[in-house]
Design a binder for this molecule. Structure first.
Ligand SMILES: Cc1ncc(COP(=O)(O)O)c(C=O)c1O
Length: 436
């Protein structure tokens, strides 16, 4: 049965005629009959062209932290748009937004704005390379840092059998078109394996510019860091003069107002923020502390962008962070997300499905299997067929998580108790149906 009603199918026909596969990002194409085309969103809900309502757990893959169409953000953006958006000069709204971010994330000394998570990690990597005079990046299997060539290796959902031994993993490029000559500039390692990190640094530490890490696995089932893992990365970086970059594109302004540094108590040298910073409006920041930022201050390391710090992005960031700083959105997320995680666990137990609900109440993943994973390789034991069948059942019932278990469920402060009750009902019914 197609996910598209008649009006949605018509709109998708038009989309196919004008855009390649009818989408602007490859992951959105779910096939001819099942690609979802939306007309609008409101709070925790989105609506397709036939008026079908979904309870949304995509939330744009993480950005929408306050809810779709949040009135404060909408008003701030409209006002900014009316007064001119792009000047390519420092502007007042940008200064206010930068100060707000510093207030919310107190370890940040200074930052620069950019527009997307991809640009943020690209600039952070260049800054680390320019500062350290080294070329190699360490990243972890199953983590995603955006769509630029330097980081698209051994990404979530890729076949782990190709990745070689966990003692010396083979970095697997995610796409044709990535130049093979840059393969030597990346070392991929299993997440949560501090011994592998230490061993790598004993051999290659003098070549490693940065460790780039999502503090929790925001692109692989919400796997959390083991006790001491992030602290261990911090001390290895200190020992070898390597820059520690937290990629907080998903966790920033989501798992806490102060992001992963607040939750896990480890402070990086540089962090990249995007997504929840603007509640869905494109805005990103590369933030840091200490002497690393001197790379930009003194010149010689390029960071640029026509739209960086534009008025709409800055206004959205200020309005979003201001609301987060009240503490209310995070308190709601914690309460609603915990109820949903506990409810899913209960239904799985009742149905006799082994597994785990992993992550944080604002973004969590569900694993079906006997051994909850601590890294990407461990996700190979996940019962993907059962999970996908369950999620597709939910989508037909008007609840919209990703059918791919690697992508967490994202909540917003607009989700409420009714959403949780309807979601749990749909989860239970869909799981029963999938189990046959
Ligand atoms: C952790 C992380 N970093 C970077 C990115 C890239 O962000 P963008 O899609 O805004 O370029 C993503 C996107 O999902 C991400 O999850």
């Amino acid at each position: 049965m197609s996910l598209q009603g008649p009006e949605t199918a018509k709109l998708f026909d038009r989309a196919m005629g004008a855009m390649v596969n009818g989408v602007s990002s490859g992951w959105r194409y779910w096939g001819r009959d099942d690609t979802i085309v939306l007309a609008r969103g409101e709070g925790s809900h989105v609506y397709d062209a036939d008026g079908k309502r979904y309870i949304d757990y995509h939330m744009g893959f993480g950005p929408v932290i306050l809810g779709h169409g949040d009135p404060h953000v909408t008003e701030a953006v409209a006002r900014a748009a009316a007064e001119g958006i792009t000047f390519a000069f420092t502007q007042e709204r940008e200064v206010v937004a930068a100060e707000k971010i510093k207030e919310a994330v107190p370890w940040i000394e200074r930052l620069r704005f950019t527009n997307t998570g991809t640009e943020a990690t690209m600039h952070a990597a260049r800054l680390a390379r320019g500062f350290s005079g080294r070329d190699v990046l360490v990243k972890f299997e199953g983590q995603y840092h955006g769509a630029h060539d330097y980081v698209m290796y051994s990404a979530p959902g890729m076949d782990t059998e190709m990745m070689g031994s966990p003692y010396r993993p083979i970095p697997i490029p995610m796409s044709s078109g990535m130049p093979g000559v840059i393969n030597d500039l990346i070392i991929t390692l299993p997440y949560n394996d501090l011994e592998a990190v230490r061993r790598t640094f004993r051999n290659d530490g003098h070549r490693i510019a940065a460790i780039l890490v999502e503090p929790m696995m925001g692109n692989s089932m919400g796997i959390m860091p083991k006790e001491g893992f992030l602290q261990g990365l911090r001390s290895v970086c200190d020992e070898y003069g390597t820059v520690l970059i937290f990629d907080e594109v998903k966790t920033g302004f989501r798992i806490a107002t102060g992001g992963a540094a607040e939750v896990f108590g480890v402070v990086p040298d540089v962090a990249t923020f995007a997504k929840a910073l603007g509640n869905g409006v494109p805005v990103a920041a590369i933030a840091g502390r200490g002497e690393v930022l001197e790379g930009w201050a003194k010149g010689g390391i390029t960071q640029a962008g026509t739209y960086s710090g534009n008025a709409i992005s800055a206004a959205a960031a200020t309005a979003t962070v201001e609301q987060l700083l009240t503490g209310e959105p995070m308190a709601r997320l914690q309460k609603i997300g915990t109820a949903l995680m506990d409810g899913v666990r209960g239904i799985m137990a009742e149905a006799g499905v082994a597994g785990a609900v992993m992550g944080h109440p604002s973004m969590f993943g569900i694993y079906f299997g006997d051994e909850p994973p601590t890294d990407l390789r461990g996700t190979a034991t996940h019962n993907e067929d059962l999970y996908e069948a369950t999620m597709m059942g939910m989508i037909r019932r008007g609840v919209l998580p990703s059918p791919d278990a690697h992508e967490p469920w994202f909540l917003s402060a607009a989700h409420d108790e009714d959403d949780v009750a309807q979601t749990l009902q749909a989860f239970g019914d869909s799981l029963d149906e999938a189990l046959g």
